[in-house]
Design a protein around this ligand. Sequence first.
Ligand SMILES: [Zn+2]
Length: 254
Amino acid sequence: MSESSFWLLRFENQVLVHTESSAGHVFPISSAAEFGHPPEALLIGQWQGKPCYALDLDSIPSHVQGELMPVRSLFGAVGEEAFTLAGRATQLMDWQKNHRFCGRCGTVQFKKTTEFGMECPSCRMVSYPRISPAVMILIQRGNELLLGRSPHFKPGVFSALAGFVEPGETLEQCCKREVLEEVGVEITNLRYFQSQPWPFPNSLMLAFFADYAGGEINIDPNEIEAAAWFSKDDLPKLPDPVSIARRLIDAACQ
Ligand SMILES: [Zn+2]
């Protein structure tokens, strides 16, 4: 491990950051020796030209200063780049923590040195970090957008529809199935927009535009609590700018 590196330290699901650093360091600079060369420290990438390690802590050592923040709030506090790195770190730390034993034979596993893989020394099965693809679909009909709200959204917020890809399904099939299940509407002319890793816990959101093709709104109350057509000139409360949902809706309105 390099002598001086950045450390993305997590304590009780929050990350330690410097929000006021004039050097723009964001993450604390330290050395592996100061943490006792922990074997579970993960090299997750580079930050400002130095290696950046991620480490879960039971307590914050006295030599480290900073403010504890939930990963979700980093986007607003320290920017998208730090948010992305912290999201990557979170997913990798969770993966390491959740794959200590082989899922097939129960033996204690070890992290491979060449890649992010936990390998079983007994049956040789390798467990890679799980990434769960999900689609997001913004349906347009003339000047209107079909938006829905899930019960776990903040009060009043509506967004594009979304759902997880099932095994054996193409993204196109998933978009059509999710829309039909959630609001009973048919779509056509799918156009890919952008993607966003979403580390809560391990989604990769792939966003699409689609055109309305038929059907009346008929919601599945197990998935969403309301859905409606909204004029682009009179939209309800929308998701935070951190989310791809917001970027997708904003792009449709330009
Ligand atoms: Zn095994």
